[in-house]
Design a protein around this ligand. Structure first.
Ligand code: UT7
Length: 355
């Protein structure tokens, strides 16, 4: 039976480190608050005007490709997950193809807009294509440049202190080695709470969903005969261009959905939480990861956490964490690795991989 294996993995974080103490200088926050509520000590920010989700994704991809022992020209499908694309359109998939210098291969490129669960969704899509034999070297990238769009005033502190920039990538190949590879992926969504964690401007909503934000919001749309605008001066002046998060609400959903979707994957394979060797959760909040680990009866060492150093890098967080775990020798042949994510949408998912 054909399964999907991770043949190579790479990650990249920009050089610039921003500590909690640095953020304390520009907004009313403290290192104590951030560490106690999230576990985060520092995060990395991309170099201005030089680095983007595409360029960071390309650096991670080059490492993954090299480790897979293939050449860039062998990649036959690109999947790019990000919520912070270089352009509104086209997506980062084609830009990555150009950045890697392989436009002449004319391979397909697909963009995934699933925020924190983007990597798990991408893995699931890739898994289907590998299992059917359609592609043999899928490059899956998760990359984010949050530092470009955060509110660095006290107003935005609950969101801004959490996020960081970075990228991770894997090369996925078919394997017929008995029992190895991706055993299953489970995906879910519920759009009821779409605005609980969202950046809605610039957008094409035209005010249609305003009431879902729980208030009658003025977006400052000028009177025009046709159409509306993606963005208005009013949005800039009133801080409506930044991500919004109802933190406690998202937290409550996350601690419910993480264990649920992990157990769903385990049950489908007649496995239990005790079979997991390593859980690599989306790095949303150290308290969430610790809660999930405890709930599943895993030891702290079985739950990979690096949010302390990178913050929440959304679609990039799982591949960066998995890459670190592999580099640290924490994943051995035969291990059962579980990936899980929950985030904006809400969308969530899990994957079980026999290494
Ligand atoms: O990755 C996608 C999924 N995202 C998540 O899963 C995130 C889930 N949510 C969380 O991780 C947490 O809700 C946060 C870390 C975002 C916030 O922690 P919290 O313990 O839920 O705090 P809170 O939002 O309830 O705020 C508590 C207090 C408030 O002050 P008052 O109203 O009690 O006076 C906030 O204004 O903390 C204040 N606060 C801050 N204080 C200092 C909020 N942000 C900050 C800050 N520094 N950065």
């Amino acid at each position: 039976m054909l399964r999907t294996k991770i043949a190579g993995i790479g990650s990249y974080v920009p050089e610039k480190t921003v500590t909690n103490h640095d953020l304390q200088k520009v907004m009313d926050t403290t290192d104590e608050w951030i560490q106690e509520r999230t576990g985060i000590r520092e995060r990395h920010y991309a170099e201005k005007h030089k680095e983007t989700s595409t360029t960071m994704g390309a650096r991670a991809a080059e490492i993954a490709i090299e480790r897979a022992g293939i050449s860039k020209r062998d990649v036959d499908f690109i999947i790019f997950a990000t919520l912070s694309p270089d352009y509104y359109f086209p997506g980062c998939g084609v830009l990555l193809q150009r950045e890697l210098g392989i436009t002449d291969t004319e391979i397909p490129a697909l963009d995934i807009r699933n925020q924190c669960s983007g990597f798990v969704y991408g893995l699931s899509v890739a898994d289907q294509f590998i299992k059917t034999g359609m592609y043999k070297n899928i490059l899956l990238v998760g990359a984010e440049i949050h530092s470009m769009g955060l509110d660095f005033t006290t107003e935005g502190r609950n969101v801004t202190v959490i996020f960081g920039d970075g990228a991770g990538a894997v090369v996925l190949q078919p394997t017929d080695e008995e029992g190895k590879g991706v055993l299953t992926t489970k995906l879910h969504s519920n759009g009821t709470y779409a605005e609980k964690l969202a950046m809605i401007n610039p957008g094409a909503h035209g005010g249609y969903h305003s009431e879902k934000m729980g208030e009658d919001i003025d977006w400052g749309y000028p009177e025009t005969e046709y159409g509306q605008m993606f963005i208005t001066q009013h949005m800039f002046d009133n801080g409506q261009i930044y991500p919004y998060m109802d933190g406690p609400f998202v937290f409550k959903m996350a601690v419910q959905k993480f264990p649920e979707v992990i157990m769903e994957a385990l049950h489908s394979q007649s496995l239990t939480a005790a079979d997991i060797n390593l859980l690599v959760p989306h790095q949303a909040n150290l308290r969430i990861s610790e809660f999930v680990g405890k709930k599943l009866g895993l030891s702290p060492a079985q739950v990979w956490s690096n949010i302390q150093r990178y913050g929440n890098t959304t679609a990039a967080s799982i591949p960066i964490a998995l890459c670190e775990a592999v580099e640290a020798g924490a994943v051995k042949a035969g291990d059962l690795v579980c990936l899980a994510a929950f985030g904006s949408g809400f969308t969530w998912g899990s994957a079980l991989i026999r290494w």
